[in-house]
Structures are given as C-alpha cells and as structure tokens.
Design a protein around this ligand. Structure first.
Ligand code: N01
Length: 542
C-alpha cells in the first residue's frame, strides 16, 4: 500500500514547470488540457511542425479513423461537441488533424506548445525530485512531472532489403508520405497489408497505372461501412451523448460495440451464422467487439468466425488463385483487424496484382523495381506500409534516465516492465499515456487516452494533497502487473500468433514479449480504479 506522507516539508518551486508533456497528439493535447485546467504550469514539446501526432504524420491517401468519430473525439467539453460538425462516420486524416488544431486553439492551449522541438533526453534529478529535459533545439527545462505522450505507433519501421537506397523512383513509408506526390499514370508497389496498407491500396488503385501489392501475411479485413453523417445523425449523437460515452466505458474496447454475453458455442450453427452475418453488415468493429463474448478466449469460437470471413473473401474476389492468397490462417484478432471499404474488390481490377511473399520472397530492391525469387516487378514508386516500432519504440529513442542513472531503454531491453502501463519502477514522476501494457492498443484511442489522463491527474492531485514530490511504483507492484499482462496474453487466442506488432515481431532485435494488455479496456479501467480507490496501493510517495 502507499507509504506514509513525508514528515518534512517537500522542496517546492525548484522546477521551472510543473509538467513537461512529450508529444502533441491526442494524448498530449488531452494531458495539456487537463493539467492546464488544474492550474498547473504544463508545456508540450512536439517534434512535428503541427499538433496531431498520428493524424499529423499519417498523410497517405485513404487514411481515416477506425472508430465511429463521435466516440473518438474529446469528451471534456459539451460546447466542443455542439459546435464541431463531423461530416462522415469515419472521417479522413485531414478532417481529424483540423479538429485537433481547432481544440488546441479553442481552449487556448497553443501558447503552451513548442512545435518542431523533439525531446532528446530527460534525466531525473534525485536531489531536487524533478526531471531535467533537453530538446533538439538546445532548450533545457526542469519539471516535476514528465508525461510521455509519445504514442504506441509513432516510429516508422522500414524493412532492410538489399538495394533499397539504389531505387531510382520515389519510395517512402506510409507515415512519412511526402507532400505533392503524384501517382497518376505510375506503376506503384505497396509492401505491407496491415491497416495502413489496406487503406492506401483500396484508395490509390483506381488512380495508378498499375498497382502491385506485396503481401507477407494476409489479414482478416472487415467492412468499415463508412457513410456521410446527416443533420439527424448529429442531433441524435448530441442527444444520446451521455449514454454513448457510458456504453463505451463499459465495453471491452472503449467502442460503441459491446460483446454478446453468450458463448459462441451455446448457440446452434445456424444462429451463429446469422449472428456473424448481422455483425458483418454493421459498421466499424462490430464483428470484433460486438461478437460472442468468448471470441478471443475460445479457439473453437474464433475458428468459426475465421471460417465465416474466409468465405466472404472467396465470394468477393473473382480470381480463385488471388482469393486463396488472401485467406488468412491465424486466429481472428491476433493481428489488428483492418477496416476496409472495397479492399477485396480492388483485386478484381485489371491493373492490380497480388504477390505472395511467402511463395516468392523479395530478394532485393533494384534501381527499377522489386526483384522477388521469381520475377522482377518494374516500379516507379514503392510505398512501405510496413508498420512501426510499436509500443516501446518512441520511448526507447529518448534518452530517459531515472534514479541512479538507470536507462529506460536498457530497463526494457528484455521487454517492458510497468505498473498499469502508466508508471515504471526506478523512474519517479514519469507517467506514460497510452504506452505498453496498457489496454489502449486494442482500444478506441480517444476513450482510453482520456481514462489514462484522468488517472494520472488523480494521482498528481493525490501527491500534491500529501505534499509529496516523488511517486514511484514499488518493485512488487510492477512485477505483479507485468506478470498479469503476460498471463492474460497467454490465456487468450493471442498466444497462438506472435508475429505481429502486439509482440514486437516486426522490429528486428526486439524480444517477442507482449506489449499490450489483452483483457480489454473495461477490466483495465477497473484495475486502475481499484488502485486509486485503495489510496494508490502499489505506489511509494516521498
Ligand atoms: O502496420 P502493421 P500498419 N517485408 O504492422 C508487412 C494502427 N493503424 O501501419 O504481417 C514484407 O499492422 C507486415 O507483414 P506481416 C493500427 O493499430 C490504424 O498497417 O508482419 N512485409 C504487415 O502486412 C495498426 O495495427 C489505422 O507478415 C513486411 C505490414 O507490413 C497499426 O497502426 C490505420 C515487412 C505492417 O502492418 C499499424 O498498422 C493505420 C517486410 N520486411 C494504422 N515488414 C486506423 O485506425 C512488415 N511487413 C484507420
């Protein structure tokens, strides 16, 4: 349980700022707004030239959100909800980036931002109980609390094929899409078929001369069923706002979808099929997070869902050979499920070809294209939709040093160790939003980020009430949470498929350790609340 408050008066006022927040994405903006509202002196450092985080960087054609937008935006202001008019159920990247800029301006947060200013290093000063922060522009500042809002998927991961730098056309990662790229009339290759690859493939196919998709592992994609929002929709959303938020709060993934409480084995085959079809017809992640309650725990139920989705793919793709290559074999949901709008039909186009890298791996990138073990594919543009150094990537690139000079990257070398994904042993006053061991990776980011920030704010308020200057999880608390995260993954269908960013698989040299908390957002929140309600059990104050 929490240690007793210190007897002597804490050192106060030594830090220039109360809090430094690293990153101005959804998490950083949310944390800034809350701390600012509390009256704390908080500042955000952001490497990008604008706010937005993933919505600033991921400017590839077709980038759009996978959460129903009214469940994704900030919930702290009724006025914001009333005034902002979303045009689509799943809006595009430019619309969401515009919304985030609007939030920053409307709530007077811009003066607390330093854009174009990446944080390079942060060192905990034990004598003063504060963080010393250094930025890429040479700024040095001190703060009592360091809030890492650095994102789960913010460091692009490129493959290391021989010859990549010799390619004579244009090549880039989806998350670093350059301005002014013209794809019309060009031969384009896309490597990777995760959520980014699927969005870019289905969007650019009609515009390019020829598109070659290089697929290593097929995934189950489910229909997004995006549509324009009407005035009636917007009225309904505003009217039902409280209920919508409550539903998200009690759901597995922070989405509007909630699991069917029945087991998928407690119903007849016909009922199961009817349920799958009903879910498949719905928008968003209904098929995932609105499915039978044991979808992610029972291999048998999961396989029924996989079989259903494989039949959908076979029915949509005309060429039987291409359809066969698109059929996944891993359990559903063990890789993040992309939402699609006509993705499978893209393969019925005359100008689109699918290369299966399991049959014919890429051998090298030539000046004129991509050479597999079988053919040379001539290309003008190569798009790397190859994902991110997920979970720990952004934090391990900052030189973060805790008590005794301990390096966070070194501490996490064999996999992350955290308490609730929010705090790290040996790193006092460091709070991580939406980091590893958090439910956020399988969650509707808007909702889970707010939950994280609420908890952090509550913890800081509690510290300040006690007159404490230092908070850190006990070794036992950290060990127990880390064990629990691993156990939950082992008990679910996730254990059967470790070739995904959930396990760091796409980043060479990374240990295959689960980085996500798979029990879901609701259970995660209950853990967080139990800790806070028990006087922040597991934390040590001084
Ligand atoms: O990245 P990924 P992403 N050679 O890691 C392949 C979120 N997101 O950018 O599966 C050949 O999922 C790799 O193949 P394999 C979302 O959480 C959200 O698409 O490893 N191929 C895979 O096909 C998502 O999960 C949204 O065998 C290589 C692909 O590249 C996360 O971001 C939109 C390769 C990488 O897929 C990441 O998605 C977009 C290699 N060397 C993203 N290395 C929305 O909400 C990797 N691949 C809408």
């Amino acid at each position: 349980s929490a240690s007793r408050p210190p007897q002597s008066a804490p050192r106060q006022g030594a830090a220039a700022l109360d809090a430094v927040i690293i990153g101005a994405g959804l998490s950083g903006i949310c944390a800034l707004e809350r701390l600012n509202r509390m009256g704390l002196r908080a500042r955000v450092y952001e490497g990008g030239s604008e706010v937005g985080g993933v919505w600033h960087w991921n400017r590839y054609p077709g980038a759009r959100v996978d959460s129903e937008i009214h469940t994704y935006g900030f919930s702290f202001s009724d006025a914001l909800l009333r005034d902002w008019e979303w045009q689509e159920l799943f809006p595009t990247q430019p619309d969401i980036a515009r919304y985030l800029r609007h939030v920053v301006d409307r709530f007077g947060l811009r003066r607390h931002l330093r854009l174009g200013t990446p944080v390079l290093a942060a060192t905990f000063d034990e004598a003063e109980a504060l963080w010393r922060i250094e930025t890429g522009t040479g700024e040095r500042v001190t703060a009592r609390y360091l809030i890492a809002a650095t994102g789960t998927l913010s460091v692009p991961q490129l493959p290391d094929y021989p010859g990549m730098s010799d390619f004579s056309g244009e090549s880039f990662h989806t998350a670093r899409w350059p301005a002014g790229v013209e794809l019309g009339g060009k031969r384009v290759g896309v490597i990777g078929t995760g959520a980014s690859g699927v969005q870019v493939i289905q969007t650019i196919a009609p515009d390019v001369a020829h598109l070659t998709v290089f697929q290593r592992t097929p995934t189950y994609c489910i229909p997004q069923r995006n549509r324009p929002l009407t005035d009636a929709d917007r009225r309904e959303i505003r009217r039902d706002w409280t209920r919508i938020l409550a539903t998200c709060r009690e759901s597995y993934g922070g989405f509007i979808h909630t699991f069917d409480p029945r087991s998928g084995l407690a119903v007849s085959a016909a009922e199961r099929e009817a349920k799958f079809e009903e879910l498949w017809q719905k928008a968003g992640f209904a098929f995932w997070f609105g499915n039978f309650a044991d979808l992610m725990m029972s291999f048998e139920v999961n396989e029924h869902a996989c079989d259903f989705l494989r039949r959908k793919i076979l029915a949509r793709v005309h060429d039987p050979e291409t359809a066969r290559r698109l059929l996944p074999s891993h359990p559903f949901g063990t890789k993040r499920v992309p939402l699609e709008n006509g993705y499978y039909e893209t393969y019925n186009r005359g100008n689109v070809a699918l290369v299966d890298l399991r049959e014919t791996p890429i051998e090298w990138i030539t000046p004129g294209g991509i050479r597999t073990s079988r053919d040379e594919h001539p290309l003008d543009v190569i798009v790397y939709a190859t994902g991110f150094d997920a979970g720990t990537g952004s934090l391990s690139r900052i030189d973060i040093r805790g008590a005794g000079g301990l390096s966070l990257a070194e501490k996490w070398q064999a996999g992350p160790k955290t308490f609730l994904g929010l705090l790290v042993g040996g790193f006092p006053n460091l709070f991580i939003v939406n980091g590893p061991h958090n439910a956020a990776a399988l969650c509707n980011a808007g909702r889970c980020i707010e939950q994280n920030v609420d908890w952090i704010v509550r913890c800081i308020e509690w510290m300040r009430r006690q007159g404490a200057t230092r908070v850190v999880p006990t070794p036992v608390a950290e060990e127990e949470w880390t064990r629990h995260v691993l156990d939950v993954a082992d008990a679910s269908v996730l254990a059967a498929m470790r070739d995904s960013w959930f396990f760091g698989a796409n980043t060479p040299g990374k240990p295959r350790v689960v980085t996500i908390y798979a029990a879901g957002a609701r259970e995660y929140r209950q853990h967080c609340e139990a800790v806070a309600n028990a006087g922040f059990a597991g934390l040590e104050l001084s």
